[in-house]
Design a protein around this ligand. Structure first.
Ligand code: FMN
Length: 273
């Protein structure tokens, strides 16, 4: 099968598929439907723009038949007021209900996050869900262990982030590391993959927003991330596949409280030229 198939009868020959193709894998011909360019097979990044943009719905990629690509339901697209409110009302959640989130719900959220953009559409992100709360507590305890070690070593990071104060809070029974969240989600990918860091960060950002739409709360787990960057025992505890590292992590659970107002944020720092 060729890289793509077009219904000859229904194709309008509008050339939109060729115009939006990021790697110019599609050539428009005067007397026939678009055809693959010489580098199409190697160049195609399977982004599906050709399939998604075809006004007739008659373009299929070898690995992406149009029949599997649902039409966009226009009435479901939020307007600027709705989206503005949604984005501005997202909050980092630091108080969770003592209740597990159904695995299916977590999967639904992750499946939306899979639509996050990634360089060359490489989609390098893998997900590890630390589902068992005992495992979340184990990770939190390991972060505390790492902080204690850095305080003892007088590491610059311990001073910069006031680990001593954090440890005092932890010793008083407050979980300021993972906020007693029931679950933690890790985005991981091969170490050294130049696309992985941005892909994982953007995917986690999608995840955070998607979670809100399911009435779930999230918070970036920055201390866990820092511990993972510096503390080998913590990296081992994650049991990621060989050669993978964590590029970011997020707490997730049902929020205990509702927020009623939008807080203020700094004015945008914009320059024009
Ligand atoms: C990369 C990153 C790491 C973060 N790490 C933590 C963290 O470890 N603990 C925490 O309580 N909040 C963490 N946050 C949340 C920020 O504190 C929060 O985004 C900020 O205070 C603004 O609040 P908002 O997210 O509700 O708008 C982190 C946020 C980011 C983007």
């Amino acid at each position: 099968m060729s890289l793509f198939v077009i219904d000859q009868e229904k194709c309008l020959r509008c050339g939109t598929c060729a115009e939006v193709c990021p790697v110019k894998a599609i050539a428009v011909q005067e007397d026939s439907v678009p055809v693959p360019t010489a580098w199409a097979e190697q160049g195609c990044i399977n982004c599906g723009h050709c399939v998604a943009v075809c006004p007739q719905g008659v373009f299929s990629l070898k690995r992406m038949p149009v029949s599997l690509c649902p039409p966009i339901e226009k009435e479901l697209i939020p307007n600027e007021k709705q989206l503005g409110q949604f984005l501005r009302s997202r909050r980092s959640i630091r108080a969770y209900e003592n209740k597990a989130v159904e695995r299916g719900l977590i999967e639904s959220v992750i499946n939306i996050a899979c639509y996050a953009p990634s360089g060359m559409n490489a989609q390098p992100v893998h997900w590890k869900v630390i589902y068992e709360s005992s495992e979340v507590v184990r990770l939190k305890d390991m972060v505390i262990e790492w902080m204690r070690c850095f305080v003892k070593e007088k590491h610059a990071l311990a001073k910069a982030f006031n680990f001593k104060r954090m440890l005092t809070a932890c010793e008083a029974g407050m979980d300021i590391i993972l906020r007693d969240a029931p679950h933690v989600i890790i985005a991981h990918a091969p170490k050294g993959d130049p696309i992985a860091q941005s892909a994982c960060t953007i995917a986690l950002t999608y995840l955070e927003l998607a979670a809100k739409s399911f009435s779930l709360g999230t918070c970036w787990a920055g201390y866990l991330d820092a511990g993972l960057a510096y503390w080998t025992p913590l990296q081992h505890a994650l049991e990621l596949p060989e050669g993978h590292i964590s590029y970011g992590s997020m707490m997730i659970g049902y929020p205990k409280y509702r927020y009623h107002r939008l807080p203020l944020r700094n004015k945008a720092k914009i320059t024009w030229r």
